[in-house]
Write a protein that binds this ligand. Structure first.
Ligand code: AMP
Ligand code: MG
Ligand code: MG
Length: 272
């Protein structure tokens, strides 16, 4: 890695701390009872007071600690999703929610932090609420127990609130033993690394670079693979289009099995 290990590790450490603070804000907004929900483009594309407060908190903290980030940003780019799984957050599906901070160097996702503010929220009064998972390519990923789905089982995780015919066609083509419909890109990658799902399949535009950057690093750091539905690596340079127009295909193991089953009709419908 040529971007300077010291800067990168300082940035990861700061991202870890600001993601934990972000998790507290996400919990505080719920506790205060007023989510301040705003529709962005439609009823399934929402923003809450937590999205807004966390965005401000993360950006101002990182800007304060790294005043030169925009200069370094010629090559080093930070992709922030202040609250991933907003729709589910507004519906009380709290463990679907994550805060995502991804770091890319020369267009490649290289480090990431995921805070899950409500991890353990149904686990009883003695359980510690919330956790932070982090990873750096070549170093590994930490803050969770790596687990695989039993061999031969095909459990697909996909969108809960942004489905359509293409998404369903692609999931069906995987010949799944089970389909999990949950919110959040971060949450779905956590399902992959904890052995709850074998593939994240989303054959639709809608997911953005800030949804995939940090989760992709965590998955890649433990030997998994995340691409678009055609098998192309995602790019994270500053000028790149934000939308992942050709969807997402991610697995911890057996990537080729799932990639080989994406129907040609689905590929034809999703232009990179
Ligand atoms: P989901 O799996 O539906 O939770 O989507 C993962 C991420 O992509 C979330 O941040 C969603 O907000 C975003 N996303 C996916 N599809 C759409 C869409 N059609 N419109 C807006 N955001 C979307
Ligand atoms: Mg998101
Ligand atoms: Mg979001």
């Amino acid at each position: 890695m040529a971007c300077g290990h010291t800067v990168l590790m300082r940035l990861v450490a700061s991202a870890y701390a600001v993601a934990q603070k972000a998790g507290m804000i996400v919990r505080r907004v719920i506790a205060e009872g007023d989510l301040g929900i705003v529709e962005k483009t439609c009823a399934t594309d929402l923003q809450t007071k937590a999205d807004r407060l966390v965005q401000m908190s993360i950006c101002s903290s990182l800007a304060r600690k790294f005043p030169k980030l925009t200069i370094i940003g010629e090559e080093l780019v930070v992709w922030v999703d202040p609250l991933d799984g907003t729709k589910e957050y507004t519906e009380g599906l709290l463990d679907n929610v994550t805060v995502l901070i991804g770091i890319a160097y020369e267009g490649k996702a290289i480090a990431g932090v995921i805070n899950q503010p409500y991890y353990n929220y149904q686990a009883g009064p003695d359980a510690v609420l919330g956790r932070t998972i982090w990873g750096v390519l070549g170093l590994g990923a930490f803050g969770f127990q790596l687990k695989e789905v039993p061999a031969g089982k095909h459990i697909i995780t996909t969108t809960r609130s942004h489905s359509n015919q293409l998404v369903m066609d692609c999931v069906t083509a995987m010949n799944p033993d089970d389909v999990l419909r949950v919110g959040g890109a971060g949450n779905k990658i956590i399902q992959l690394i904890e052995g709850k799902a074998s593939a994240y399949v989303f054959a639709s535009p809608g997911c953005k670079k800030w949804d995939t950057c940090a989760p992709e690093v965590i998955l890649h750091a433990v030997g998994g693979k995340l691409t678009d539905i055609h098998g192309n690596a995602l790019q994270y340079n500053k000028e790149v289009k934000h939308m992942n127009s050709a969807g997402v295909l991610a697995t911890l193991r057996n990537y080729d099995y799932y990639a080989s089953r994406v129907p040609q009709s689905v590929k034809n419908a999703l232009v990179p």
